[in-house]
Design a protein around this ligand. Sequence first.
Ligand code: CP
Length: 305
Amino acid sequence: MRHLISPLDFSVEELDKLLDLANDIEKNPDKYAKACDRKKIATCFYEPSTRTRLSFEAAMLNLGGSVLGFAGADSSSAAKGESVSDTIRVISSYADICAIRHPKEGAALVAASKSTIPVINAGDGGHQHPTQTLTDLLTIRSLKGRLDNITIGLCGDLKFGRTVHSLIHALVRYENVKFVLISPEELRVPEYIREDVLKAKGIEYKEVERLEDAIGELDALYMTRVQRERFFNEEDYIRLKDFYVLNKEKLELAKDDMLILHPLPRVNEIAVEVDDDPRAVYFKQAQYGVYVRMALILTLLEIEV
Ligand code: CP
């Protein structure tokens, strides 16, 4: 039995296969419409979510399966003090696969250690968000045609943004990927990622504060929201929340084929006027999230169509 806790749980070859499957699902949805007949996914979300939870549920429904779960700690027995370990033991007898989001780093790993069904990390605190990474990889590969030989800018809250942490871990495994890390000093990418991932693997990267200084060299720009829920005080959040706003004026400095990605939700960091720009692919990205989660469910349940 396999789980997905970190983007590194799949080799590059396995990832390629998963993304190929997602592309086939997009092209031939009817072929997969009954693949998960009588299978159930439990979505156990201890933190708010729109895309991740609903795309997992849409994915299982598209595969002919069913869904159960909870959308907040308050509506589960966590509110009475039940541990993640106990909860997953029980869920293991109710469902065939489980997607879990939890505010504590490592919660999905704990769940996997006690589970008898595949566990998918749907976000653990400020740590990792591997299925967002699968979504991001599918989006870049489908729209750019490759995952190697790209310069990607990661902009915004690189300290608390778990989507960024997972994406860096995944992309360093491809040839000639260069990173431009764009953040204010307080929201720089954590030291362990700089030292143990980027420097240790000899990856080319630079850190800049101004988006305008970097945007012209990027093949893809990954914008992120400042993560209010991870700040220790509101004053810092208010000071930093509008540090970056991508607007039409800044986009004039970008390449004509630069992809603009965002895991969403967006707050102010991308002006609404950008949405109609052909380079803005963040809503398409959310759609790719369904295909890739369908592919993931099939892969972890070892269902071949
Ligand atoms: N991208 C993402 O994780 O969105 P949600 O928080 O809405 O699930």
